[in-house]
Ligand binder design. Sequence first.
Ligand SMILES: [Zn+2]
Length: 197
Amino acid sequence: MNEPRLIDLARTRGRPDTPARRHLARIVAAATANPAGILVDTAVRCRRRPGRRRCVGWIATRRQDLPEEIHWSCPACGDGGVARGWRQSPWSFGTAVRKLAEPAADAVAFTLPEPLYRAMEATELPDARTRRVVLGATHEEAGVRLEGAPDVVRRLQRHLASLAGRAASARRRQQVARIARLMARDLGPPPASAPGG
Ligand SMILES: [Zn+2]
């Protein structure tokens, strides 16, 4: 186990963007998209390359709100750290969105293979609630699992359906179509109209 690195995001604000910072940003988003106090198997890949080969691990996080800390680690290589001062960072979901992460009886879920999840992760999403569902995804045997309130997941499904028609390349169009098919398999077809967008 390496000694965990402590990073206070409140003190590093305005620093230039680096791969390490982007990685931490993604970890903060995943941790604040999920409930506090539990271990989350995020959909974030470890970025270490021990022996010049990419680590196969996925980052696990545990967030506590008082004091404000996100503990993260890679179970495969032991890389890890503690982030503080994330609450005011642009990568952290605010309190209202964080509340949506609490387990709900009516939550719905769907699973995507990792490459399709990465494609979805890279799309511009309509709002913070749909972003929470995507960035808060967890990984499991079958792939990457996305879960959220039915109306939010439905909005995400409509968004994907709308992207299919304006994808820039044939490859992109195929990806979007495959995502739409897998969502429809798990959730049923997308609703035709959008109450409130
Ligand atoms: Zn690792």
